[in-house]
Design a protein around this ligand. Structure first.
Ligand code: FES
Ligand code: FES
Length: 154
């Protein structure tokens, strides 16, 4: 039995400790917002935050995050109360198929937590490793800059 703290809630899971965190989130905890893309740590679709740091959950054994704070897209906002990042992505129409979007949002959250008012160049570099097959990156960058302004650089 492993105890996790996910989106502020204590959760117990019986998965094998070597199971990737992504599978536990999706299959054991029903948090299907986090996506399986490549399963190889290359695309970023599975990005979640662990103690505020972005991690690729497809590559991380669940036992590695026991007792640490895991934040998934479900912990950020809701359709009724979207996080400023989510609202900005909607306003900029920065989503096409949406498969990469949860990972991009979580990666962007980590960037803004670290650098509240990034330059466009900083954002492009930081988001470069979260892949989008639909080619939304220009709109994503605009959306994250908009969110940073909305959040007042906090
Ligand atoms: S699914 Fe984890 S990096 Fe692609
Ligand atoms: S919106 Fe389709 S992969 Fe990014």
């Amino acid at each position: 039995m492993l105890r996790l703290v996910v989106n502020g809630q204590s959760r117990e899971v019986t998965a094998d400790p070597e199971t990737p965190l992504l599978y536990v989130l999706r299959n054991d905890l029903g948090l299907t917002g986090t996506k399986f893309g490549c399963g190889l740590g290359q695309c970023g679709a599975c990005t979640v935050l662990v103690d505020g740091q972005p991690v690729r959950s497809c590559m991380l054994p669940v036992q590695a995050v026991a007792g640490q704070a895991v934040t998934t897209i479900e912990g950020l906002g809701s359709p009724e109360r979207p996080h400023p990042l989510q609202a900005a992505l909607i306003e900029e129409q920065a989503v096409q198929c949406g498969y990469c979007t949860p990972g991009i949002v979580m990666a962007a959250k980590a960037i803004l937590d670290r650098t509240p008012r990034p330059t466009e160049a900083q954002l492009k570099q930081a988001l470069n490793e979260v892949l989008c097959r639909c080619g939304t990156h220009d709109r994503v960058v605009r959306a994250v800059l908009r969110a940073a302004a909305t959040m007042g650089g906090r």
